[in-house]
Write a protein that binds this ligand. Sequence first.
Ligand code: KIV
Length: 287
Amino acid sequence: MALEKKITIADLRKHKSAGEKFAMLTCYDATMARLQQAAGVEVILVGDSLAGPVLGLPDTIGVSLDISVALTAAVRRGAPLAYLVADMPYLTYTNPDQAIANAGRYVVEARADCVKVECDRRLLEIIRAMATAGIPVMPHLGLTPQRVGQIGGYKVAGKTAEMAIELIETAEMMVEAGATALLLEAVPPEPAEILTKRVDVPVIGCGAGPGCDGFVVVTHDMIGLTEGKTPKFVKKYADLATPMQRAFEQYVEECRNGTYPAPEHGYPMSDEEIAALKQWAEKQNGK
Ligand code: KIV
């Protein structure tokens, strides 16, 4: 069912306390945003995962702040009612002043409701500074793809009890520092569920099992537009690549064989005007 009123963090907290799960999807343009709002998607994320589907990059490292802010503003125009989260790109939040200035662009220029930052315990003071400055911030814990160069691959986080406890403690520190919500990526379901029950902010899972308050996946993965492998936690709800490809092929064929454009696709002239035009053309040919 379509969203009917603006979703706020208070609504997401209400969902959490009522035990009502909510949906979050990635989105990078106004058209998709309009469709997601019409489908009732409460939370929209302009993820730095735009790197692949929008920019054709191999990973998220090359996403620029300007592009990300511009696409966040486009998504906001398409979905004015959704709770809009913007993902801060690589190296745009390395110290409190830089993080606050850059996050401010999403909130002020693009009208995002919240910014998401990939982090671990070392970024605690940056999160605290952002929250203190009045920026709603969502720490992204667990698998953090912007650190793939340090981690050495895309690995599940919190797999041992010791790592899971560290993750839970870090998340609780983030909440204490002022985090508005949390996102957990590629974490086993048990620590995700324990954490979700222990904190009063909404916890959104991306491959973190059913115990979280909300769930997010990359839209291109779930509608079948991603080429190649998608993460294990993605469920494919449609295969839109096939009908899109078919439509493009049919268009090419019809352009070539003269089926398109047909008379109904043009702007007609009156018979008198056509006659006058033809007369002029004949005269020109006779010159
Ligand atoms: O960039 C992104 O889309 C994300 C989600 C996968 C959580 O961070």
